[in-house]
Design a protein around this ligand. Structure first.
Ligand SMILES: Cc1ncc(COP(=O)(O)O)c(C=O)c1O
Length: 399
């Protein structure tokens, strides 16, 4: 059957499918259900009453859990809130109001941040909300293109930082190489701008099969005497519960001293009951074994998308070893068309352009596929719809 006929058949099915957001599936969330049922016998953690205010930086054992996830010393880590994004927004607020050594970002005519593309739409949204000018930077498969970064940082003093998702980058799935990490540290620590590397390590332990260990950026930075250039983020959103997990922020001693007065003016203490539950949960379950259970659920979904995409030869796609996304690169000029056709068939996809600052993918080619949240059966159907839509889009563009 040709693509147009397939399209009509699929349309008559009145499907309702969704590959938009990188959310854990119900089956994954069930892995952490014992968190809900914890019956706390003691409300004390190392002499701290966890029902009360206080411990702004988070419970010590929870910070230790953060260090196990992010792979750096617990001395750098604070645990707080239920998401890393809210910690990112708090840190940006701090930079705008109080600022780094060059003063509050609020006073500057223009503040720019480098955004490796294709990248994470919520980083871009945060920048837009704060009025930060976004400058796209190419990714090489091993992280940002260092030459591009260096040239821009040296020539534009408004550049105050760079967003990085160093492991299983959203959405390209790439892992930054040691050379790139060291290069970024060199560029940002030596520049006049003294920019910040926003190290969003959201997928630090989210391997699909073999474990990949990312070098600890703080150890590398310490050797280069530039620890203050890095702010690291992470969370348990895709380890336990998205929305009811723990957020982590990690930074040098100096940055902690600068940030603490601002941070503690925003709240009197984090939810230590949830932190205590997470501590207990990971005393009973090893983090590594727990993440293997996630991988057992996720890998067949990534494999299925890969198998289905092999049935077409209109575009290329990534084969990530972890994380939450597959990135499809359609024939230039076709992404919007594919997404709109998919929507006609009841398949929701992330809007075209979401992978780029200001929603502008000049080539109109990238489509982010988030295969995690749906069941395998739904994914199978969703990929049939997707294949049909790329076929129809191709046929129409050939006319
Ligand atoms: C790169 C990246 N950072 C942060 C987040 C959100 O994390 P959190 O739930 O901790 O705010 C996501 C979620 O998809 C993500 O992909």
């Amino acid at each position: 059957m040709d693509y147009i006929s397939q399209f009509e058949v699929l349309k008559s099915k009145e499907l309702s499918l969704d590959l938009t957001r990188g959310k854990p599936s119900e089956e994954q969330l069930d892995l952490s259900n014992s968190l809900i049922n914890f019956d706390e016998k003691s409300f004390s953690s190392h002499g701290i009453d966890i029902r009360n205010y206080g411990e702004v930086k988070g419970l010590e054992a929870c910070r230790k859990l953060g260090s196990e996830i992010l792979g750096c010393s617990e001395d750098y880590i604070w645990s707080g809130g239920n998401s890393s994004l809210s910690l990112m927004s708090k840190f940006l607020s701090f930079l705008f109001i109080q600022g780094d050594e060059s003063g509050p970002w609020n006073n500057k005519e223009r503040v720019s941040v480098l955004c490796p593309v294709p990248g994470y739409d919520r980083h871009f949204k945060l920048c837009e909300t704060f009025g930060i000018n976004m400058i796209p930077i190419s990714l090489t498969g091993e992280g940002p293109d260092l030459e591009e970064v260096r040239t821009l940082v040296e020539s534009d003093e408004s550049i105050k930082g760079i967003w990085c998702v160093p492991k299983y980058s959203n959405p390209t799935g790439e892992v930054y190489s040691l050379e790139v990490i060291e290069g970024l540290l060199d560029i940002f620590s030596r520049s006049k701008n003294k920019g910040t590397i926003f190290w969003d390590n959201a997928y630090a332990v989210h391997d699909l099969s073999d474990q990949i260990l990312l070098p600890d950026i703080f150890s590398l930075a310490k050797d280069k005497d530039c620890e203050d250039s890095v702010i690291q983020f992470g969370s348990t959103s895709k380890i336990t519960f998205a929305g009811a997990g723990i957020g982590f922020i990690a930074m040098s001693k100096l940055n902690q001293e600068l940030f603490l007065p601002f941070y503690s003016s925003l709240m009197i203490g984090p939810d230590k009951l949830n932190q205590a539950k997470h501590i207990r949960f990971f005393q009973d379950n090893s983090l590594r074994e727990h993440m293997k259970k996630h991988a057992e659920i996720l890998k067949p979904k990534f494999d299925l998308v890969d198998q289905k995409l092999q049935l077409q030869d209109f575009g290329t796609w990534t084969k990530p070893a972890g994380g939450y996304f597959i990135l499809y690169e359609a024939k230039h000029g076709n992404a919007k068309k594919v997404i709109s056709l998919a929507s006609e068939l009841g398949l929701k996809l992330t809007p075209a352009g979401a992978t780029h600052p200001y929603g502008i993918d000049a080539d109109d080619s990238y489509i982010r596929i988030a295969p995690t949240a749906c069941t395998l059966e739904e994914l199978d159907m969703a990929m049939d719809v997707f294949l049909c839509c790329i076929g129809v889009a191709q046929e129409q563009s050939d006319l």
